[in-house]
Design a protein around this ligand. Structure first.
Ligand SMILES: Cc1cc2nc3c(=O)[nH]c(=O)nc-3n(C[C@H](O)[C@H](O)[C@H](O)COP(=O)(O)OP(=O)(O)OC[C@H]3O[C@@H](n4cnc5c(N)ncnc54)[C@H](O)[C@@H]3O)c2cc1C
Length: 342
């Protein structure tokens, strides 16, 4: 029998869970506080009126696919031209040295921007955007959610047989502290790193012979010629990502100041002089990557019909988050089936 499930969060884990449940014939509603699906796989658009549009992947840089369920999804997304392999040259880079960073696995990216994978996965699902879940209660075996809408109004949605929480660990705690302590306390043991990301458009192309670099012994951990990814607009655009340590130490600095500091570091490590860039925009991810994921695929309480999925449980990568949601969808669906048999 068709069951009603509410999913809080439409990142890759929430979307994977929803797709699995819908495939099993259940009715799923996703509530998402931001303006689009995809969570930490976004694209920051500078100009959408040109073709291809001008943007930056300021969150996830690329992802890998090795498990059958995720490989299958990525193949479908590739057919729909929502993702493509990125063949950029990647190196290890230090002050005065550079060496190849070899990898045998394909690096995938969304096209024309990283957000495309989330949009592809969201196709056909019931997603309520700009709806922040602020609380929940259970009466007579059904859940009701209190939703804060983007226009400032508050709405209550009820009649859900199960609730899935697909948000970063720090955001799980306030939601579940009252209603389901075991989940809140599991999530409270996980800490996420802070990451400063900088979107840089130099006036002239940066003259280096790589497209991405893992930077060593530097405030920067990763730099990437964002415009080298497939389906991007021409031009030279770079993403700079600071290390977790540097980002934590500078987490309360003003974005403009961080942008200038990391531009200086970028010039030093690449040996380039970049003056008056066309764009230099810093973005702070307060919860970027969990530093100590729990190491379980997902959380599920059959007694309460409550579950949680995401990278904070299964590992700090897109593929891990996907598998977490996919597994939870499967477990929840099995639990619905077993209540029917009883
Ligand atoms: C800067 C950065 C770089 C990264 N680089 C890589 C990389 O190169 N490769 C890789 O594999 N992974 C990378 N990652 C990690 C990857 O992005 C995550 O592991 C993955 O996207 C997590 O998905 P998720 O579904 O668990 O969570 P999220 O994507 O965070 O989704 C959670 C969603 O819940 C929503 N939400 C939160 N609270 C509420 C609420 N109360 N009500 C409604 N909605 C709510 C949020 O808006 C969000 O959309 C990177 C992450 C960051 C931040």
């Amino acid at each position: 029998m068709k069951k009603r499930v509410a999913i809080i969060g439409s990142g890759v884990s929430g979307l994977a869970c929803a797709r699995e449940l819908v495939q099993q014939g259940h009715e799923v509603t996703l509530f998402e506080k931001s303006r689009g699906p995809g969570g930490r796989m976004p694209t920051r658009w500078l100009n959408r009126d040109v073709e291809p549009p001008l943007g930056f992947d300021h969150g996830t840089q690329y992802f890998q696919a090795s498990t059958p369920a995720f490989v299958q999804l990525v193949e479908q997304a590739q057919k729909a031209q929502a993702v493509a392999p990125w063949a950029g040259t990647v190196v290890n880079l230090g002050y005065g040295f550079s060496s190849p960073h070899n990898s045998t696995t394909t690096r995938w990216v969304g096209t024309p921007g990283m957000a495309s994978l989330g949009r592809f996965m969201a196709h056909g699902l019931d997603i309520r955007l700009q709806c922040r879940v602020a609380g929940m209660a259970r009466t007579d075996g059904a859940y009701q959610l209190t939703i804060h809408l983007g226009d400032g109004t508050v709405r209550v949605e009820s009649g859900f047989d199960a609730v899935v929480c697909a948000v970063p660990a720090e955001q799980v705690v306030p939601l579940f502290d009252e209603i389901h302590k075991p989940l809140a306390s599991l999530a409270s043991g996980v800490q996420s790193n802070v990451t400063w990301s900088v979107m840089l458009t130099p006036r002239e192309a940066v003259k280096v012979d790589f497209d991405g670099a893992f930077v060593v012994d530097s405030p920067l951990g990763w730099i990437c010629r964002d415009s080298s990814k497939p389906g991007r607009a021409v031009g030279d655009r770079w993403m700079l990502q600071a290390t977790a340590d540097w980002s934590r130490l500078h987490q309360d600095y003003a974005a403009d100041e961080v942008g200038k500091m990391l531009l200086d570091v970028f010039c030093n490590v690449t040996g380039q002089l970049i003056e008056e860039p066309l764009t230099l925009t810093a973005h702070r991810w307060l919860y970027s990557l969990p530093s100590n994921p729990v190491g379980m695929p997902c959380y599920f309480s059959e007694e309460s019909m409550l579950g949680a999925c995401g990278d904070w449980l299964n590992g700090a990568r897109v593929e891990d988050a996907f598998l977490s949601g996919h597994t939870l969808g499967h477990q929840l669906s099995n639990a619905f089936d077993s209540t029917l048999i009883q």
